[in-house]
Design a protein around this ligand. Sequence first.
Ligand SMILES: Cc1cc2nc3c(=O)[nH]c(=O)nc-3n(C[C@H](O)[C@H](O)[C@H](O)COP(=O)(O)OP(=O)(O)OC[C@H]3O[C@@H](n4cnc5c(N)ncnc54)[C@H](O)[C@@H]3O)c2cc1C
Length: 275
Amino acid sequence: MTATDVAADVTAPGPMTPRPYRVVARRQDTHDTATLDLIPLYGEQAHWRSGQFMMLYAFGVGEIAVSISGGALPGEPLRHTIRDVGAVSHALTQTKVGDVIGVRGPFGTSWDAMDAVGGDLMFIAGGIGLAPLRPSILEAVRRRGEFRRVILLYGSRPGEGFLFTDEIEEWERLHGFTVHQGVRAGLADVVNDPSFDPAMLLTLACGPDIMMEVAAKTLTDRAVPPQKVRLSLERSMHCGIGLCGHCQLREAFMCVDGPVFSYDQLVPLLATEEL
Ligand SMILES: Cc1cc2nc3c(=O)[nH]c(=O)nc-3n(C[C@H](O)[C@H](O)[C@H](O)COP(=O)(O)OP(=O)(O)OC[C@H]3O[C@@H](n4cnc5c(N)ncnc54)[C@H](O)[C@@H]3O)c2cc1C
């Protein structure tokens, strides 16, 4: 290593340094949810895997974890879908095209949805939980011929509204997805269907804890292997790299060991009182 290499290495931004990204498009999805498309001011677009999250920084306000909701194809901007629930999410959803925010990441584990190739793939989403699933849904659309059934169960709380309704209609009509609005009823339909084969099913779920817990119990009670039920856990995260301990639960750091866990990994964690 030369002195110049060392200097470049020392001054290179580390995982705690936000990189400036410009908002190049903004879409209002529901009354309180907006999707931002982002491109870096300099350097390359981040390489990420479906299920991972970024730390988004609204300058002067604060930083939050936000899952990646799109932008997997070369040349596509990084996409995030954000629900306005507090100080930082409010500032981010209020940005306009041309504004600059800070981005760190990607962090965390992936859905690995392609483990379902040759079998059935089910997405279970509650509210904003559809956003972290969207990159894997789009991958399933692109590789539709490699799966048997692709199922989407999607529910939202009264008044919350539904995300990506135009796309959901296309996934059902053009790509043969089986779509159920409402998670509980949809789940009953799936497991009571005579063609239901628990050994062939991979399930990816994101939404309120109670929704994911009921879904995981229902599926594993019907002999779906717990390793094939994957859940994304949203816990308060600060550093994103397993240093600060903010999201630590027993031996697990939600930001590096998660946010996507298989149900067998989660059972002992969910049994602890702190969660
Ligand atoms: C891995 C991971 C991925 C995430 N992905 C997304 C995403 O894709 N889109 C997104 O919008 N958010 C996502 N979040 C949540 C996000 O990080 C923030 O927690 C949330 O936006 C609140 O931050 P805030 O500073 O705006 O609100 P705060 O000031 O922290 O909270 C204000 C109020 O809102 C309540 N609140 C906090 N979080 C939520 C919530 N998630 N839903 C409802 N009420 C809440 C609090 O209890 C409080 O009363 C994710 C979190 C994690 C850990």
